[in-house]
Design a protein around this ligand. Structure first.
Ligand SMILES: *Cc1c(COP(=O)(O)O)cnc(C)c1O
Length: 391
């Protein structure tokens, strides 16, 4: 059967992504018993590495499910019934967080912009002025189904000045560009290994501020003895068992390796190759006569390039052609952006500029195969010229 599965040659998606070879080797480590002192020490060391990588004051909480778990847990734990929440939506994920938030509070207001745009910090300031009782703000830094970046640091400064708490979804930006909990004034900063860190889906990393811990402890509805609990993990080591439940041992092995790759290469170098890969890809897209989805290039993500589907082209058929002709997998849009764009991921091991020649070749070739004449050669030339120039 295995030979009939027809695996892709290149997975150029926006997550899950191709994992680094070192991560795959890490996953091959034996599975330790979670009560074993050696495993507990190893776990603490992985948390320390994550703290360093994330630039946190305290070790992050590691939750044992892919980052949707962390996002839902953040909503359930931090938001109290009487909180007024401001949700910022510039895409499907930002909007989606609002639905969780609504489950835990009675009063939610939103700033929403078209899904090819970014949130304007001035609009956040206005919304807070209009509703000064707002206690929690939620932001998706990189709304992946749109490939657009929000100005998290500027927004965070406004939220901090107001005295509200900020929950930031940095799942698909952390590790691929400069973003961290402290500089974005985030009280809960959510990320995971399966995007720019080139790891595998199965864990959430949560940076939690001191005041967020206090607020969660005061929230009578914050989950306890639950998969959604963040509180259970703070003092995990002080109880009669080392963890609230069996951690995902293999995922921790993989995370350890992903963090080593990131820290050994150096965050700045990793961000630089993400930025250059995306810049080269955007140059290729434009040179082929295609359009970027992002309304302005300044807000286009360094970790994902979203390409507007040309008129008359069936987006699903376009990805299917790239997959069947070349073995290249791209991501589709999601929700509102589904069918309107194709996403090329630049995350972890695929955030090397030469992958953009592959992406542009497969995209142009697939369009030609569907009868939409595209100058693929010009696209590839533009990618190579951009790589040559550096940034
Ligand atoms: C990938 C991602 C998540 C995790 O969600 P999945 O849809 O389960 O992959 C959350 N937020 C953002 C912004 C993401 O890119």
């Amino acid at each position: 059967m295995a030979d009939k599965l027809n695996w892709p040659v290149f997975t150029l998606t926006s997550g899950p992504v191709d994992a680094y070879p070192a991560v795959l080797r890490g996953l091959g480590r034996t599975v330790s018993y979670d009560f074993d002192p050696a495993f507990q020490l190893f776990y603490e060391n992985v948390a320390k590495k994550a703290k360093k990588a994330m630039g946190l004051k305290n070790a992050p909480v590691i939750l044992h499910g892919e980052p949707v778990l962390g996002l839902e847990a953040a909503a359930a734990s931090l938001i109290a019934e009487d909180d007024v929440v401001l949700n910022l939506a510039s895409g499907v994920y930002g909007k989606g967080f609002g639905y969780w938030a609504k489950r835990y509070c009675a009063d939610l207001h939103e700033v929403e912009v078209p899904y090819n745009e970014a949130i304007d910090p001035a609009d956040v300031a206005k919304a807070l002025k209009k509703r000064p009782e707002t206690r929690i703000v939620s932001l998706c830094h990189h709304d992946t189904p749109s490939g657009t970046i929000n100005p998290a640091e500027e927004i965070g400064a406004i939220v901090a000045k107001h005295g509200a708490y900020l929950i930031t979804d940095a799942v698909s930006s952390f590790g691929g560009m400069k973003i961290d909990a402290l500089s974005s004034h985030s009280d809960i900063f959510v990320t995971g290994p399966n995007k720019c860190l080139g790891g595998v889906p199965g864990l959430t990393l949560l940076g939690v501020s001191e005041r967020a811990w206090k607020k969660m402890k005061k929230n009578p509805k914050a989950p306890r003895a639950s998969m959604l609990s963040i509180l259970d993990w703070q003092d995990a080591h002080r109880h009669d068992r080392p963890f609230p439940f069996t951690p995902s041992v293999s995922e921790i092995n993989g995370l350890d390796a992903a963090l080593d790759v990131y820290l050994e290469e150096g965050p700045e170098a990793v961000w630089q190759r993400h930025a250059l890969t995306a810049k080269a890809c955007r140059a290729g897209v434009k040179a082929m006569g295609l359009e970027l989805w992002a309304a302005r290039e300044e807000i286009a993500s360094p970790t994902t390039t979203a390409v507007k589907t040309p008129k008359g082209v069936d987006e699903e058929k376009l990805r299917a052609a790239a997959r069947s002709l070349y073995g290249v997998t791209f991501s589709s849009g999601r929700g509102e952006t589904l069918g309107k764009l194709t996403r090329i991921g630049h995350m972890g091991p695929t955030a090397h500029p030469i992958y953009s020649t592959i992406a542009i070749s497969a995209l142009g070739g697939a369009l030609n195969a569907l009868g939409r004449k595209t100058n693929t050669g010009a696209g590839v030339e533009a990618v190579l010229a951009t790589i040559g120039k550096k940034i």
